[in-house]
Design a protein. Structure first.
Length: 332
C-alpha cells in the first residue's frame, strides 16, 4: 500500500543507518516523551520505527516547539543527523511533522507503508475464511458455534489487523489472526493423538483465547496499549468480551461458559506469566501449550531470518539462548 502525492520518498531502513548520515524521510512514532536534562532543560525523546527496527531520537530545547507538530502513533517526516548515544545510533532531529500537517501545506511527498509497518506474510482474508470454515465444520455444540461466529463477525476488521503482541511474537499487523489460526490447527492435530477432549470446546477456546487483544491494543501499527489493557490485560478483557456476547445464549450446559472462560484466563499457563489461574482442564492445558509453542516458533524463526555470520545467532533475550542456524532440509 502506498500513501502518495507525487513520488514516494526513498527510504533507508533504520538498520542500515550509520553515525554521520543525514536523513530526510518518513517514520512511525512509537514513543514520545517530554524529559529534562541534568540542568533541567526540557527536551523531547522519541522512538521512531520502520520494518527493520527502532531508533531513538532527540529534539533539544532549541526546537522543542516541534513537539506540537506530531503525536505518538503518527506517521512523520523527519530531517535529522545520525549521532552516537552509548552503544547505539540515535537521531538528532532538526525538523519533524506529521503527514496531516504536511498535506495541509502541500508538502506531503508520499511513502511506502510496507516499509514502515511490518505485516504478516499470510493473506488475512484467507485465514479469516479458514477459521470461519473450521467453526462451521468442526464445532458441533450450538452455543459454542454461535458465540464464536458472533465474536469473529462483530470484530472482523479489528481481528484481521491486530498484532498478537507488543514485542515478542507475531508483533506485526495481522499477527493475531495468524497466531490464532496456527494455534487452532495445532489444537486440532493434537486432539487426534490424545483422548478425553470436548472437541467443540477446545476449538472454540483456541479461536477465542487471545480475543482480548482487541481491547488491550489501542494502536495496531505500534501495538500501543489502551488504558484498560494496561490495567487489566488481555485475558480478563477476553473474558469480558465473551460475557458481553453470550448474555442471551441458551447454553446446553451452564458449565460450558465457565470452561470457555477458564481457557481464556488460564492460557498463559503460570501465575508468574499473568494467568490468574493455572489450566485445570484438558482443553485449557492443550491450548496453553499450543499457544506457547506457536509463540516460541515465531520468535525462533524470525530471529533466524536476521542472518549474520557463523553457525549460531546472537543471544536471544527472551528465549535466553543462541539459536543454531543449520538445517538439514536438503538431506534425502
Amino acid at each position: 500500500m502506498r500513501f502518495k502525492r507525487k513520488e514516494a520518498m526513498a527510504h533507508r531502513l533504520i538498520k542500515d543507518l550509520k553515525v554521520g548520515d543525514t536523513v530526510d524521510q518518513y517514520f512511525l512514532v512509537k514513543r514520545k516523551d517530554l524529559r529534562k536534562t541534568r540542568s533541567y532543560d526540557e527536551f523531547i525523546n522519541v522512538v521512531l520505527t520502520d520494518v527493520s527496527g527502532d531508533i531513538r531520537g532527540k529534539i533539544w530545547k532549541e526546537r522543542i516547539h516541534l513537539g506540537t507538530l506530531f503525536r505518538q502513533g503518527d506517521f512523520v517526516r523527519v530531517k535529522a543527523a545520525v549521532d552516537q548515544y552509548g552503544e547505539y545510533p540515535q537521531l538528532i532531529i532538526e525538523d519533524i511533522e506529521n503527514i496531516n500537517k504536511l498535506k495541509e501545506r502541500g508538502r506531503f511527498t508520499g511513502f511506502e507503508l510496507s516499509l514502515l509497518v511490518p505485516r504478516t506474510s499470510y493473506d488475512v482474508d484467507e485465514l479469516y475464511q479458514r477459521l470461519m470454515g473450521i467453526i462451521e465444520k468442526e464445532i458441533d455444540i450450538k452455543s459454542l458455534k454461535y458465540v464464536t461466529e458472533r465474536i469473529l463477525i462483530k470484530y472482523k476488521k479489528e481481528f484481521k489487523e491486530c498484532p498478537a503482541a507488543r514485542l515478542y511474537h507475531h508483533s506485526y499487523l495481522g499477527g493475531l489472526i495468524e497466531h490464532t489460526y496456527f494455534v487452532t490447527k495445532g489444537v486440532m492435530a493434537l486432539m487426534d493423538s490424545y483422548g478425553g477432549f470436548n472437541r467443540s470446546l477446545a476449538i472454540c477456546g483456541a479461536i477465542l483465547h487471545d480475543i482480548g487483544k482487541l481491547r488491550e491494543i489501542q494502536s495496531p501499527a505500534i501495538s500501543l496499549h489502551t488504558y484498560e489493557g494496561e490495567l487489566l490485560g488481555h485475558m480478563l478483557l477476553g473474558r469480558d468480551i465473551l460475557r458481553e456476547e453470550s448474555v442471551d445464549i441458551d447454553w446446553e450446559d451452564e458449565r460450558l461458559k465457565f470452561h470457555l472462560e477458564h481457557i481464556i484466563v488460564s492460557h498463559h499457563g503460570e501465575l508468574e506469566f499473568g494467568s490468574p489461574v493455572m489450566p485445570k482442564t484438558r482443553e485449557a492445558l492443550l491450548i496453553h501449550f499450543c499457544d506457547n509453542l506457536d509463540a516460541h516458533m515465531n520468535m525462533f524463526n524470525n530471529y533466524l531470518r536476521l542472518g549474520g555470520e557463523g553457525e549460531f545467532t546472537e543471544w536471544h533475550p527472551v528465549l535466553k539462548r543462541t539459536l543454531c542456524k543449520s538445517d538439514f532440509n536438503d538431506i534425502e
